[in-house]
Design a protein around this ligand. Structure first.
Ligand code: PLP
Length: 625
């Protein structure tokens, strides 16, 4: 547990049992049953699903939604705030129908709404929202059709609010509303001057951000609405500082600034009623509770209290009624709910083998120097030996390229090089301060564990923005992990690897892993992957969507496989990139028939070859055992 920091990042949802298996505790810190992930994997396999599998635990999603509402509710009651909390889920964070449906179903009693940013998302949302009180927030650039769809949703009784991203949208909304004879609800997205000081998305905020209106543009909106006698349609003020805001001080400053603008709009005569803080509630991926990019220096309680208190202070100061508070928390709502499970296909180790006692007479000089460097490694000469190893190994490679060293000599040099690196790695741990260059030796020497998944498909943020996800073995945790490795995925891309892992002390570039056992699968899990990863993923090397299995756990610890979706077949994937599976088979059949005519295969062999291709097209895109 210590090695992987599970208790720091799991928020109470994951732990390790006495058998050394990761367990899921769907009721989180409240206690309740603990289900072994290894057992779930066996049951998934018995049902005929191969790894990789995205496992969703529905109770965790429910738990996160109720936590959010309860924390806001507690803050509201404690502080005597007069407005209500109205959360919305931004569909872009995970658009999968199962996810949105579960949020809408479970969120109904809390009037948890949805946020959309496109026509497709709006249509999906209208089909799911169950509560008429829940907000349906329309962000994003809106054409006439988008606006008409939103107005129709209002006619059906949905609480739909159009948030202006650009000043030009107002005229279209007013025209469409007039034509359809619907009174619209309008919000404005403001460009705050507050910016997040840390985090990947710091540039999403600030006056130069690409989204939202300046205060001058907001005043123009007020004047236009006034001129049309429609100021009572202006209901909401929205901003979004960026996702994953690690520092609570940034969150507080932004709320204060927005609250003042809100009060200003009320003074201008706008009806208002809602202040919408956007997303940004961070997930503590590394469990460090700091203002690092992958963490946050606040608890959910602190977030809710700070938000409610800041809005209330400014409203009271300005004698303004307390608005309903909307947040568009996506990441924090769904991240914990999915785990990517995958098996290890193979391991590549650095094998040094036996080194000769004496080198042959004709050995090139740089190899002799490498042998001497190895014999000289000691605590005082580490940096020097390291430099020598790099230098002489490079010289041998040059000799080889120019034909002055043989393949065997080059191989011998390579073995000396790794022997020196290993010897330095052992000695360096005795030093109080390790020279900077030598830090990377562990990852140089690390084993490469080949994993049955695609980083590009299943963990795109790990590749695109170096997002760190907690990754660890899900069983064998009462055996000492005797190896250190990095992970390489199934794509043939050098970016398809992971060499940044979470530690209780911070980050590390290798992961403690177990040696593979003959005939036994070794399973790892990538945790907290429920937000953003599913639809951002791509089809690199034509590796498609993984199998998805959702479970729901009862209080007595029994659980049900409530939903299952088979991953893409090879035929599905080829169709995405515009091949016609039937034409593919026809072409292959044509080639096979030519081979029969040329007598290189028999007609019966043609039959079995065609069967293999037909079965292949129906198969999973990942490695199957
Ligand atoms: N709202 C808007 C307008 C966004 O652009 C985003 C994503 O960046 C979110 C909400 C969700 O943010 P988060 O996932 O940090 O809660």
């Amino acid at each position: 547990a210590e090695l992987y920091g599970i208790r720091n990042w799991s928020a109470g949802y994951f732990d390790i049992n006495q058998q050394g298996e990761v367990t899921i505790k769907p009721y989180g810190v409240k206690g309740g049953p603990a289900i072994s992930v290894a057992t779930i994997i066996q049951e998934i396999k018995e049902r005929g699903y191969n790894m990789p599998v995205l496992l969703r635990i529905e109770n965790i999603l429910d738990s996160q939604i109720s936590l959010l509402h309860h924390c806001f509710h507690d803050a509201i009651v404690q502080l005597g705030y007069k407005g209500e909390y109205r959360g919305v889920f931004p569909i872009k964070v995970n658009q999968q129908q199962q996810v949105v449906e579960e949020i809408a179903d479970f969120g109904k009693s809390f009037h948890h709404g949805l946020e959309v940013g496109s026509k497709a998302e709006l249509i999906a949302a209208v089909s799911q929202v169950k509560s008429r009180k829940a907000c349906l927030i329309c962000n994003g650039y809106k054409d006439e059709e988008f606006i008409n769809l939103g107005l129709h949703a209002m006619r059906l009784g949905y609480n739909c609010i159009f948030v202006l991203e650009m000043p030009g949208e107002l005229d279209t909304i007013l025209e469409c509303a007039k034509t359809l004879n619907v009174v619209p609800q309008i919000g404005v997205r403001v460009k705050l001057s507050t910016k997040a000081t840390t985090g990947h998305w710091a540039e999403s905020g600030g006056e130069r951000s690409s989204f939202g209106l300046t205060s001058a543009q907001i005043i123009d909106v007020v004047d236009t609405l006034k001129a049309n006698n429609m100021l009572d349609c202006l209901k909401l003020l929205h901003y979004h500082l960026g996702s994953q805001i690690p520092n609570i001080r940034d969150i507080r400053s932004a709320v204060m600034e927005a609250a003042r603008i809100y009060a200003g709009l009320v003074q201008e005569g706008a009806a208002m009623g809602y202040i919408d803080l956007g997303g940004g509630l961070a997930v503590d991926y590394d469990g460090s509770h700091t203002n690092y990019v992958s963490s946050r220096n606040y608890s959910l309680n602190e977030y809710c209290t700070d938000v409610v208190e800041s809005v209330m202070t400014i409203m009271d100061e300005q004698n303004t009624p307390h608005p309903h508070i909307v947040t568009e928390s996506g990441r924090a709502t769904v991240a914990y709910y999915s785990i990517l499970l995958f098996n290890i296909l193979d391991v590549s180790l650095i094998e040094i083998g036996n080194l000769p006692e004496k080198l042959p007479e004709d050995t090139p000089e740089p190899i002799v120097n490498l042998k001497e460097a190895l014999e000289n490694v000691n605590i005082r000469s580490l940096q020097e030996c390291y430099n020598d190893a790099l230098y002489y190994y490079d010289e041998v490679r040059q000799l080889f390229v120019t034909g002055r060293a043989t393949l065997r000599q080059r191989t011998l040099a390579e073995r000396y090089y790794w022997a020196i690196m290993r010897s330095i790695a052992e000695e360096k741990d005795k030093l109080k301060t390790v020279p900077k260059e030598l830090h990377e030796i562990n990852s140089k020497l690390a084993d490469i564990y080949y994993c049955n998944f695609s980083v590009f498909q299943s963990l795109p943020d790990s590749w695109a923005i170096d997002q760190v996800f907690p990754i660890m073995p899900v069983h064998r945790l009462n055996e000492y992990p005797d190896r250190r490795g990095i992970l390489s995925d199934m794509t043939c891309d050098s970016d398809g690897r992971i060499n940044n892992f979470i530690d209780t002390q911070g980050m590390k570039n290798t992961l403690e892993l177990h040696s593979l056992k003959n005939g036994e699968e070794y399973y790892l899990g990538a945790f907290l992957v429920g937000a953003y990863q599913e639809t951002l993923g791509d089809l690199h090397n034509l590796l498609g969507d993984t199998n998805v299995v959702s479970i729901r756990v009862q209080e007595d610890g029994t659980y049900e496989f409530v939903r299952e979706i088979s991953g893409d077949s090879i035929s599905d994937i080829l169709a995405y990139v515009e091949y016609e599976p039937r034409r593919i088979l026809e072409n292959i059949r044509h080639n096979a028939e030519r081979a029969v005519r040329n007598k290189t295969i028999t007609p019966a062999e043609r039959f079995s070859i065609m069967q293999a291709f037909e079965n292949g097209m129906r198969g999973y895109t990942y490695f199957e055992r």
